[in-house]
Design a binder for this molecule. Structure first.
Ligand code: ACO
Length: 381
């Protein structure tokens, strides 16, 4: 029993050169570059290249990568037909997972070890996820799907496909930075689930659809959605102490707080909080931001000493809310960004593959007799 680690907490399951976290100092690096530097100076497209290919691209490399991504933004009409058949009240993460699995049927992968195959799967997945998210968002409200535009940046095009308008430069830059901050984060639950899937040497579309399913959970990517519901439920800064008091007393989690690795404030939450200040607040988002600051202060007094601090999900939801994005699209946007990190880990896994096959400690019965159905009795009858 000494070798049993519930949730594999702290157990190294792979070697990687993609990203690293120092949870005590609050440092996150992609390929050795600090996240704050990337947030300030890079673009999501460039960061994708860095994660996927291990170094920053030269100008011609970046131009080619950008052109390839732009060309592959469109989705087949049969994928939009599939999206039209999905229930409009269903969660967009489920729609995204289904559409990504279906993509794999149009671009079958024979040999995952081929570099060419990996490149084009990565381009298609990074390019098409935003189109799928925007298509589902529009179709479920009865609007027509909007084709992507080649003259727009990655972030501008997403907004255009969602709202039929190009965002201003500040909003496009803030959104692009959000994508950079969400692009990768070492060995978390969704990355691990993608790696387990990749270790069977299945195609990248199946890998990404596995990871999307895992990200949906409220203890992982789904927390950003829960944060907005929580702030709306709190309603005003005066209600914060009583709300936190009750939650902690009832041993319930405050969404957007705590992290397996960070024992200080998540460095991504710090950047996001600054970004929120750059955006023009709406009346509602300004109110939510004030409530969020009050929650952070109260949590700091109450449980800060235990290392329970805001994580990335705490401020990202407020920013997306400020951009008029519907709450249940926050996690799909997280997936749109994280696909870069998932793919980088998937390719690393293919490279040095070892099929994941952990063991278990069996605690059930042995040597039980099979009892015929007619003679079985319910224990309480
Ligand atoms: N609110 C209140 N208490 C908390 C919180 C929280 N958000 N997070 C941890 N704690 C407390 C626990 O109650 C527990 O207290 P105890 O020792 O008195 O029993 C202690 O801190 C340890 O908690 P665990 O859940 O065991 O810590 P773990 O490292 O496994 O949890 C996790 C990490 C799952 C993220 C947790 O902090 C949580 O559920 N947070 C809320 C959900 C959330 O924001 N998820 C997003 C994470 S970031 C991401 O996935 C992108």
């Amino acid at each position: 029993m000494r070798d049993f680690f519930p949730g594999l907490a702290g157990v190294p399951a792979a070697k990687s050169t993609i990203s690293s976290v120092d949870g005590l100092q609050g440092i996150l690096e992609y390929r050795g570059i600090r996240i704050e530097d990337l947030a300030q100076q890079s673009s999501y497209t460039e960061t994708c290249y860095l994660l996927l290919f291990g170094r920053l691209p030269t100008k011609p490399e970046l131009e080619k990568f950008h052109a390839d991504l732009t060309y592959h933004r469109r989705i087949k009409y049969r994928i939009t037909d599939l999206i039209k058949c999905l229930p409009e009240q269903g969660h967009p993460m489920d729609a995204l997972q289904a559409a990504v699995a279906a993509l794999g049927m149009y671009y079958p992968v024979q040999r995952v070890e081929e570099e060419e195959t990996r490149y084009w799967s990565a381009v298609r997945l990074v390019a098409k996820l935003p189109t799928i998210v925007a298509a589902f968002a529009r179709i479920r409200r009865g609007d027509d799907y909007i084709q992507p535009r080649d003259d727009l940046s990655f972030a501008e095009n997403f907004f255009y496909m969602m709202f039929e308008r190009v965002p201003n430069q500040t909003m496009a830059k803030v959104f692009d930075t959000c994508l950079i901050l969400h692009a990768e984060h070492t060995m978390n639950a969704s990355t691990f689930s993608g790696m387990v899937t990749a270790s069977t040497l299945v195609d990248p579309y199946s890998v990404i659809s596995s990871a999307i399913g895992t990200l949906k959970g409220p203890l992982h990517g789904g927390a950003n959605e829960a944060v907005i519901h929580m702030l709306q439920e709190i309603g005003s800064t005066e209600n914060v102490p009583a709300y936190i008091d009750k939650k902690l007393h009832d041993k319930e989690k405050i969404m957007g707080f705590g992290h397996r690795i960070y024992k200080v404030k998540d460095p991504r939450a710090i950047v996001l909080q600054e970004l929120a200040k750059k955006m023009e607040p709406t009346e509602d988002s300004g109110r939510l931001f004030h409530i969020a600051r009050a929650v952070e202060r109260e949590m700091g007094h109450r449980v800060g000493h235990k290392g329970i601090r805001p994580n990335i999900d705490f401020y990202s939801g407020i920013l997306y809310h400020q951009m008029d994005i519907e709450t249940d699209l926050f996690t799909p946007i997280f997936a749109m960004a994280r696909v870069a990190g998932w793919l980088a880990h998937c390719f690393e896994q293919y490279q040095e593959n070892h099929l994941f096959r952990p063991t278990q400690i069996y605690e059930g019965l042995h040597n039980q007799q099979y009892e015929p159905l007619e003679s079985r009795q319910h224990p309480t009858l």
